[in-house]
Write a protein that binds this ligand. Structure first.
Ligand SMILES: Cc1cc2nc3c(=O)[nH]c(=O)nc-3n(C[C@H](O)[C@H](O)[C@H](O)COP(=O)(O)O)c2cc1C
Length: 169
């Protein structure tokens, strides 16, 4: 898919078929995430791929608004490593850039995905850290539910001329 087309047509998908996502596609998606920009090129991310049903079924008990995970064949938790980015100031922003790459790659490959907010909600971060046994230095930032889409969501018009400011406010 052409880049601008992928950006314009990506939507959050919350209904999935039960078809498993092949490992080859998972690798491509995570690889795309790893090509995101990061401050001082620290690339301070890790990705936890969750595809075991019994673990997936525990996830919606932690963050709210995550019921679609009961149906999703796959989740990817994007985590920031505060040993790889010691000052930590851009850790979450770097991981957000990786998350957006991940969503666009999933869309390009014909998958559907939705970003589920984790950081900065302390109870979600603690719950997922415990469930997925994260070490102390690893912060869970965003959770993506993925799978083959079982719904079609059309792209809205989002361009707003009034949000543009040339040279000064
Ligand atoms: C930081 C963040 C947190 C989000 N958390 C949730 C969530 O908990 N549950 C959910 O269903 N969607 C969540 N979303 C998806 C948004 O609802 C969605 O991106 C927004 O409505 C725009 O729709 P679109 O993704 O189809 O363009 C989140 C998105 C972001 C960026």
């Amino acid at each position: 898919m052409e880049t601008l087309q992928a950006i314009r047509t990506r939507r959050s998908i919350r209904k999935f078929t039960s078809r498993p996502v092949p490992q080859e596609l998972i690798t491509k998606i995570v690889e795309a995430a790893m090509y995101a920009p990061s401050a001082r090129d620290t690339q301070p991310w890790h990705f936890i791929i969750v595809n075991r049903r019994e673990i997936l079924d525990e996830i919606p008990k932690v963050p709210p608004y995550a019921e679609m995970v009961y149906q999703a064949p796959l989740c990817i938790l994007v985590c920031g490593d505060n040993q790889l980015e010691r000052k930590g100031k851009y850790l979450t922003i770097n991981c957000a850039a990786a998350t957006q790459n991940l969503l666009l790659a999933a869309h390009d490959l014909g998958l559907g995905a939705v970003w589920l907010g984790v950081y900065p909600r302390r109870e979600r971060m603690e719950g997922l850290s415990k469930l997925l046994q994260l070490p102390e230095n690893i912060l869970p930032i965003s959770l993506i539910a993925l799978g083959y889409p079982d719904e079609k969501v059309s792209p809205p018009e989002r361009f707003k001329q009034e949000r543009l400011h040339f040279n000064k406010w």
